[in-house]
Design a protein. Structure first.
Length: 184
């Protein structure tokens, strides 16, 4: 069985892995062996204590497989089919193997058919949002970057919407009634 490097998990990442172990019936033996080994060698701490070069949930990781195939993905829990070229689920052998590794660490995993793969974590492009003090998938606007924390504007990247048209005070808007351009 391949060696398992020591890994660093946040407490919430560890909780997710423990939940995967509770639902073990849906995973093959190779995945479960890696999951048990990862949990037995992991150090766990709060999000704020995780170094920026450690792969965690919602981190973008650059990695190499067997020294020849390089990829960059965001580690996620589930949803592996939603964005197949963007994400890598920790419910896959590769995703689970990369979780908790530090930049430049290497891990050898054994697939269900007995073949082995050597994965190397080349970089963690950005740590999870919680390490930066921001909500996930949100960004502080450039104007607010230097503002006091209570005055910062947070913009959800998933919520850009055009304001709804206001109804006229004298009744509902008739969709067939085109008033044409408005006079200035």
């Amino acid at each position: 069985m391949p060696d398992m490097p020591r890994c660093f998990l946040t407490m919430s990442d560890r909780t997710v892995l423990e939940e995967l172990l509770e639902h073990r019936a849906q995973y093959d033996e190779a995945f479960l062996n890696l999951l048990r080994r990862k949990l037995s060698t992991a150090d766990a701490a709060p999000h704020a204590e995780r170094p920026a070069d450690v792969a965690g949930l919602n981190s973008r990781v650059d990695f190499t497989v067997d020294g020849r195939f390089t990829d960059s993905r965001i580690l996620v829990h589930g949803g592996e089919h939603a964005f197949p070229d963007l994400t890598l689920s920790i419910t896959t052998l590769r995703g689970l193997a990369l979780l908790g590794l530090t930049k430049n660490e290497r891990i050898v995993i054994e697939n269900a058919d007995g073949r082995t793969e050597a994965l190397r974590l080349n970089a963690v492009s950005y740590p999870p949002a919680s390490n930066r003090g921001e909500p996930a998938l949100r960004s502080v606007t450039p104007e607010a970057e230097n503002a006091p924390a209570r005055k910062r504007s947070v913009v959800s990247l998933a919520a850009w919407r055009r304001p709804a048209a206001k109804a006229e005070a004298d009744g509902p808007i008739d969709p067939d009634d085109d008033p044409g351009p408005r006079a200035a």
